[in-house]
Design a protein around this ligand. Structure first.
Ligand SMILES: [Zn+2]
Length: 235
């Protein structure tokens, strides 16, 4: 269980759905699955299809089964006593069946998961409740690490992609560097640059190398990878 202390919203407790003043008790037998439904949630209206609402939510199945007193408003919308921002996530899930990931800048929004769990329970959506209760979202975000050794750190900065985080760990090391027998600095480190005169100067001696300090960097690229299959519910 993740630590949700410190400001995580408390999941709302179930609220009564019927509003006696505004509830005409007629069953909704005339509604078709593809009929548009307008839900009044807090101060916002959401328009969707009946099938979207009743597909997985037992709350909406009951509400539109005709067994309940409904909450139809004079303008034809249905009043739902819920937080519209959270309800937008509920409706997105019901529409697309994609389990939500609230992940940005290396962190999951645990407060939002906790708040949405309360709504998922209220609207009785078992797969969403399970996703949030089991904290499966942690498994849907993976960080891939690639480690490279770079000769020139400055050249690499431009290659950073937006979904990458790059760490540089500079270090100093020594390398054997070829030295020209005639001491020509342009030939240093480049044995092929030495011509006949250099070879003659070396005579029968072996090629000469000396230690040189070099500055390198370990480049660690972290790429965030989302497991969309897990979000679609088919593990
Ligand atoms: Zn040379």
């Amino acid at each position: 269980m993740a630590d949700l202390e410190g400001g995580a919203p408390v999941p709302p407790t179930p609220r009564p759905i019927s509003e006696p003043e505004t509830a005409p008790a007629s069953p909704l037998t005339s509604l078709n699955n593809s009929d548009p439904i307008t839900l009044r949630v807090g101060e916002r209206n959401f328009v969707t299809a009946l099938a979207t609402l009743t597909g997985e939510s037992q709350f909406f199945s009951s509400m539109f089964s005709g067994n309940w007193h409904n909450t139809k408003q004079p303008d034809g919308s249905y009043f739902i006593d819920a937080d519209p921002d959270l309800f937008a996530h509920i409706l997105r899930y019901l529409r697309h069946n994609m389990l939500p990931l609230f992940y940005a800048n290396g962190h999951h929004d645990l407060g939002l998961y906790a708040a949405l769990l309360g709504e998922a329970k209220y609207f009785q959506i078992p797969s969403l409740v399970k996703w949030l209760e089991h904290e499966t979202y942690f498994r849907a975000v993976k960080v891939q690490r690639d480690v490279d050794e770079a000769e020139n750190v400055l050249d690499l900065r431009d290659l950073t992609k937006s979904n990458e985080e790059v760490e540089y760990h500079p270090f100093r090391t020594t390398e054997k560097v070829y030295v020209c027998p005639r001491g020509i600095s342009l030939h240093r480190g480049r044995p092929n640059a030495c011509g006949r005169l250099c070879q003659r100067a070396r005579g029968d001696d072996p090629e000469e190398y000396e230690d040189e300090d070099v500055y390198k960097a370990l480049v660690i690229r972290k790429t965030v990878v989302f497991d969309h299959r897990l979000c679609a519910g088919d593990e």
